[in-house]
Write a protein that binds this ligand. Structure first.
Ligand SMILES: [Zn+2]
Length: 287
């Protein structure tokens, strides 16, 4: 056989074995123990609901809670999730974490009564500068945020965490976090600490910069969550825990629990970073 054919065959065999081992590796990661961390924002009374990616109708939220209850799911507090992640607690295969970003007062008026009804818990991530002393009176067509009084009173129904003190903003077309130095980010964390000592964080606008992560570590945050449409595993980076955004669509919600769609594909570490970046750039799903 001519030398060039031998080279060609070797190259083909190499490519095939690379693809096969990639598939095996992806499937291995899909089968590791994982917990969905769900990401909500605002929950709106049905007649005021206007379709927006980050919000859902109140009746849809109740339908989702009922689904979790009927299917035997347990909602974990952030401390319980942390305990699981560190391998010190086991909650079986039916555990889920509910998180609400931005601290909307719909949590106090709409979400909390439903959580009580279904015996569930959720975590709220507050923006410090928007949190007043008390929760304003409810108006269904107006935004509002949870007040300090309710936060202090309702710790048994909900965990609270930080969504930064004043970094949840855009500066021109840039996210504020991207425009700041480490010192400025650290100062924002210290500002929040004057009001509350939080141990968990969600990134404003998913902006996980190196300086932000450094400030999280230096201020003793245990975990930080972002949105990545994947379930969390014990090996997920503590400061890049993926969450799955919940939409106003019940089939998509069920798919989180009944299909492989949101299962972890790339484990953790350097290779995960490479493949996730590739997916974002190419706008495709590799694994
Ligand atoms: Zn937010």
């Amino acid at each position: 056989m001519k030398k060039k054919y031998v080279v060609l065959i070797v190259v083909i065999v190499l490519i095939i074995s690379l693809i096969v081992s990639f598939k095996v590796w992806v499937n291995y990661n899909k089968n590791v123990e994982q917990i969905p961390v769900l990401m909500y924002h605002d929950v709106i009374i049905d007649e005021y609901y206007k379709s927006k990616p980050d919000t859902i109708e109140l009746s849809m939220f109740e339908k989702q809670l009922k689904y979790l209850k009927d299917n035997g799911y347990k909602t974990l507090s952030l401390d319980e999730f942390y305990c699981w992640k560190k391998g010190k607690c086991d909650f079986g295969k039916k555990a889920v974490v509910l998180t609400f970003d931005d601290g909307f007062y719909s949590f106090e008026y709409q979400v909390k009564p439903l959580l009580e009804k279904y015996g569930m818990t959720a975590a709220v991530f507050l923006i410090g500068e928007y949190t007043g002393e008390i929760t304003p009176e409810f108006a269904p067509n107006r935004y509002g945020t949870v007040g300090a009084e309710d936060i202090n009173n309702s710790l048994k129904h909900a965990d609270y965490g930080s969504h930064t003190y004043a970094l949840h903003k855009m500066v021109g077309n840039k996210k504020r976090v991207e425009t700041l130095t480490y010192q400025q980010i650290d100062a924002d964390f210290k500002e929040m600490e004057k009001i509350y000592k939080f141990e968990y964080m969600t990134y404003p606008f998913n902006t996980d910069t190196e300086d932000f992560i450094k400030a999280l570590k230096n201020n003793n945050y245990k975990l930080a969550f972002r949105g990545e449409s994947e379930k969390a595993t014990k090996t997920s980076n503590d400061y890049l825990i993926p969450r799955i955004g919940v939409s106003n669509n019940f089939e998509s919600f069920k798919a989180i629990f009944e299909t492989q769609k949101h299962n972890n594909r790339y484990g953790s570490g350097f290779l995960r970073k490479v493949f996730i970046t590739l997916e974002r750039k190419l706008k495709i799903k590799l694994g």
